[in-house]
Design a protein around this ligand. Structure first.
Ligand code: COA
Length: 321
């Protein structure tokens, strides 16, 4: 039995925010942002919630797969920007979609979240725990972004991407890898609530994303090529066998450097970071949906997905489309 992606969907807020607009908020410029990151604009919520965006992307993925909400028996949402601590985003999405037969839960593996979700879904399908899973990566990073910090506010965007993965006779998910290095968690972080109760005085101020940009950059350009090689070895395939590499969209310079290190043409790396910025867990499934809807994924061809981010975490998947 194989686990195969049968449909994809995505949702991006209509509100597109340009670098020019951001340069009215902090001391930066369109030229600087484009040169250092490749980002020209990003979609920012004007009130759409994490649940609303996730449900919209999930609905489109179900339509694309040609199945109904009742067919879904697992919903996994990857996010670091849930609307509520309780209930989970996945349970709220279940309610929105009427997917009453599903078990639903969230995971937090930051920008690698969709890769971790794929691995979980594949394991559930292989062990008979589920047949049809709806996987969603969604972020409203704008609410945990410090809009006065030019080191971070230029980078992030909001949105959601989704995929339906189901038990299939034909090949699909061929190999997955994942990893974490909690000892380097401090280079990309966002504090949550601290303990504030009758026995402890907590800090009630809001936490925002903190990032050591150069450290994250170095981690990404080293780790992503390694994990692409590792997943190909696990799947007994070579770099040359792969048609497209869909990477987490954090920075165009990172993507260029990874293509260079792997000695692959940049054309094999679809990009939307220019229009979406970094949408963390939503980034890989949004790109997957865009690539799918453009008709660039052909049956029988091999595709590699790879992500990296806070934790630190990383993951990659080898798929036959
Ligand atoms: N506009 C203008 N100048 C800026 C700026 C901005 N938005 N942000 C930083 N600068 C300045 C810095 O203050 C620094 O000035 P100084 O030399 O006078 O001290 C200079 O630009 C260079 O800063 P540095 O941080 O070294 O730039 P960089 O080339 O490393 O680019 C990032 C910064 C954030 C674009 C880059 O490090 C990066 O993309 N890192 C990875 C981020 C990432 O992928 N995060 C998410 C992972 S999931």
């Amino acid at each position: 039995m194989h686990a195969k992606i049968m449909g994809t969907g995505s949702y991006l807020p209509d509100n597109q925010v340009t670098n020019h607009y951001i340069s009215t908020l902090v001391d930066t410029s369109d030229e600087w942002i484009k040169e250092r990151t490749g980002i020209a604009s990003r979609h920012i919520s004007t009130g759409e919630t994490t649940v609303e965006m996730a449900a919209a992307a999930g609905k489109k993925a179900l339509e694309d797969a040609g199945i109904g909400a009742l067919d879904v028996d697992l919903i996994i949402v990857a996010t670091v920007s849930a609307d509520h601590l309780l209930p989970s985003t996945a349970c709220s999405v279940q309610k929105e979609l009427g997917a009453v037969n599903a078990a639903a839960f969230d995971i937090n593996a930051a920008c690698s979240g969709f890769l971790f979700a794929l691995n979980i879904a594949d394991s559930y399908i292989q062990t008979g725990m589920c047949r049809t899973a709806l996987l969603i990566g969604v972020e409203t990073l704008s609410k945990i972004t410090n809009w006065n910090d030019r080191n971070t506010c230029i980078l992030f965007g909001d949105g959601a991407g989704a995929a339906v993965i189901t038990a299939s006779e034909t090949p699909g998910f061929m190999a997955g890898i994942q990893g974490s290095d909690g000892a380097r968690g401090h280079v990309l972080s966002c504090r949550g609530r601290t303990t504030d109760n009758p026995f402890a005085d907590g800090d009630l101020s809001l936490g925002y994303i903190y990032m050591d940009g150069p450290e994250v950059f170095k981690f990404a350009v080293k780790k992503v090529p390694e994990c692409i090689q590792e997943v190909l070895e696990k799947g007994n395939r070579n770099l040359e066998d792969v048609s497209l590499f869909l990477l987490h969209q954090a920075n165009f310079r990172i993507i260029k450097s990874i293509a260079h290190r792997l000695r692959l043409p940049l054309e094999k790396f679809p990009v939307n970071v220019d229009e979406c910025g970094n949408t963390s867990a939503a980034s890989v499934p949004i790109l997957l949906d865009e690539t799918n809807k453009k008709g660039l994924l052909h049956s029988g061809e091999l595709v590699v997905l790879a992500g990296f981010g806070a934790g630190l975490t990383w993951g990659a998947a080898l798929l036959e489309w």
